[in-house]
Design a protein around this ligand. Structure first.
Ligand code: XBP
Ligand code: MG
Length: 254
């Protein structure tokens, strides 16, 4: 049976935008500084910390590793994360975060093709809404699910299951998830969805053997992305298009 492509669910951090190195990481460090804490996350350390999804969880796990006593640790992580979120909003307003090349092209093509557009991120609602409004003002999102809307973060599937439910899909068969990380692929597959990956500098070495397609970007005519894995033999030329996502959806069931 041919599956119809009904919706694409986009991860935000690392997928739609290059937000981690010069956005979130900087905001976490400024919050530490303002709280007179000695912690600073350099680019390399931050790559390891990214495996803990969700900013508050990331801080709390780090504080535990630094020997901060359990009593008061959650409260400190919460306060740091609240301030970090405010700082990130300022960075968004200052234009410190870039869209990934080709993301906007694909969004426009999908909208023209009548495919529903959704966001599924573990990031916080406040900055996500602000970033989408500022950086993609033309895009009409059908559904936006953030970390504030779920009880468990990726690799738990809840964010994608909820997005598909809100999209009104009667199952994952008509949806493709676009992700950048191993945690994202695990979440998408646990939700039963097809998952294509556009890796970035932080996720190029992630374990992505389960992904349905791996490119190192969205690609553009004349500037294709590198095809790093094409397990379903789509014959991708390195440009993520609506047709490629439709082809991917016809993959054999796992
Ligand atoms: C992104 C995250 C987020 C951001 C920080 O994961 O884990 O926590 O790094 O945002 P994904 P918050 O791209 O898999 O959704 O501080 O708002 O959590
Ligand atoms: Mg991501």
């Amino acid at each position: 049976m041919t599956e119809e492509l009904r919706a694409v669910i986009f991860d935000v951090d690392g997928t739609l935008v290059d937000s981690e190195r010069h956005g979130h990481r900087v905001a976490f460090n400024r919050a530490f500084e303002e709280f007179d804490l000695p912690y600073r996350w350099d680019e390399e350390l931050y790559g390891e910390l990214l495996h803990t999804t969700g900013g508050q969880r990331r801080i709390e796990g780090y504080l535990a590793g630094e020997g901060v006593p359990e009593d008061g640790r959650t409260e400190l992580a919460k306060a740091l994360h609240t301030r970090k979120t405010e700082i990130l909003e300022e960075l968004v307003d200052d234009g410190a975060i870039d869209l990934r090349p080709g993301a906007q092209r694909l969004l426009e093509e999908l909208a023209d093709a009548g495919v529903a557009l959704a966001v599924g991120t573990t990031g916080s609602r406040r900055w996500v809404d602000r970033l989408l409004r500022r950086m993609l003002p033309e895009v009409r999102w059908d559904v936006v699910v953030t970390g504030d809307d779920v009880t468990a973060r990726k690799p738990d599937p809840e964010v994608f299951t909820l997005a598909m439910e809100k999209l009104g899909l009667d199952g994952p068969a008509g949806a493709v998830v676009l992700e950048d990380s191993a945690e994202g692929v695990a979440a998408a597959h646990a939700a039963g969805a097809c998952c294509a990956v556009v890796v970035n500098g932080y996720t190029a070495d992630h374990e992505l053997a389960d992904a349905d397609l791996v490119l190192d970007g969205f690609g553009a005519p004349g500037e294709p992305a590198a095809v790093l894995a094409d397990p379903h033999d789509t014959g991708s030329d390195g440009i993520l298009t609506v047709d490629l996502l439709r082809t991917l959806l016809q993959r054999p069931k796992r």
